[in-house]
Design a protein around this ligand. Structure first.
Ligand code: ZN
Length: 312
């Protein structure tokens, strides 16, 4: 009898141990998801060159990856979740906005994304069921109760390099995506920059063309009059050329302060995109939208980690 009782006790103990450990992984997941690393608020404003004129031969250091949260298991759109489970989410509160500059190999320059790497990334997005979102879709979704496609992603290009038309457009078109270009208005037509004809063709292809100032200055360092001119005139010129309202803006090299943000609002923009690291969130400041930096040497593993993990 004693031996039978001991056996029974052991069996009950084993069942209890099994039950108590089965929830561990999900607990640790949610805990990690609630405590974003400091890296998620790291400003990546130093990654962009100061102007197209200076070119992108100005080698920039990629983000300090040592601060990045390596827990790739925390994911809203994890590799393992089924498409139907994703579509079942009624309101996605956070999703990735990626940003590029030039889609061209440039030695020792992280801003020049090799076309093969770019295609690999875009092909990854297509294969995993992502759909591109424009700036007005983003705005309407967050603030006007608009809708988003399943697995939303916003693909953006800063500055207006010619290869956005010659290289990125055919690749994106092949995989069924459109993108947003934040254009330096007075650089249009310069060597290696988009021409107005190309800008208009992108617009006709369903791309989203928005303002990135007239001349790409550091907006925190220019006079109030010049600041206003960069914001208001770039908007007016684009509106005249494209015949549609221009309501979105990206800060040159991500540089901004309270005064600049206020002037962007005053100029009539609805939202402004920064180089602050992380996914966009519904409760964010609409004039400091976060974006994901895409750099030449990142590789597909790092790219996929950033677009699947809100806490990357
Ligand atoms: Zn720029």
């Amino acid at each position: 009898m004693k031996r039978n009782s001991l056996f029974f006790f052991l069996c009950i103990s084993l069942v209890l141990i099994a039950l108590s450990t089965s929830g561990c992984s999900s607990n640790s997941k949610s805990q990690a998801a609630q405590s974003p690393s400091e890296a998620s608020i790291k400003n990546e404003s130093n990654v962009e060159s100061t102007s197209v004129k200076q070119g992108i031969n100005n080698s920039q250091n990629a983000e300090d990856r040592s601060t990045v949260n390596q827990n790739s298991q925390v994911s809203t759109f994890s590799e393992t979740s089924s498409a139907s489970a994703t579509e079942a989410r009624q309101r996605v509160e956070t999703f990735p906005i990626i940003y590029y500059h030039s889609i061209k190999t440039i030695p020792n320059n992280e801003l020049g994304m090799p076309p093969e790497a770019f295609e690999e990334q875009i092909s990854y997005l297509a294969k995993h069921g992502y759909h591109s979102v424009s700036s007005i879709q983003l705005y309407n979704y967050y603030y006007k109760n608009g809708s988003l496609p399943s697995r939303p992603i916003m693909i953006t290009f800063d500055d207006g390099y010619m290869d956005n038309y010659t290289t990125a457009l055919p690749i994106l078109k092949k995989y069924g995506f459109t993108a947003t270009v934040f254009l330096i208005v007075k650089k249009v037509g310069d060597p290696n920059c988009l021409t107005w004809k190309e800008v208009k063709e992108l617009d006709q292809e369903g791309w989203d063309i928005q303002s990135h100032t007239l001349t790409h200055p550091d907006l925190t360092k220019i006079s109030p009059n010049l600041l206003k001119e960069e914001l208001v005139d770039s908007k007016a010129i684009l509106e005249k050329e494209l015949g549609k309202p221009i309501q979105f803006f990206a800060y040159p090299s991500g540089r901004h302060n309270d005064n600049v943000v206020q002037d962007v609002k005053n100029a009539g923009y609805l939202m402004a995109f920064s180089t602050l690291k992380g996914w966009t969130e519904k409760d964010m400041n609409p004039f400091l939208v976060h974006r994901i930096y895409c750099y030449a040497s990142m590789g597909l593993t790092e790219f996929s980690r950033r677009v699947t993990n809100p806490q990357y």
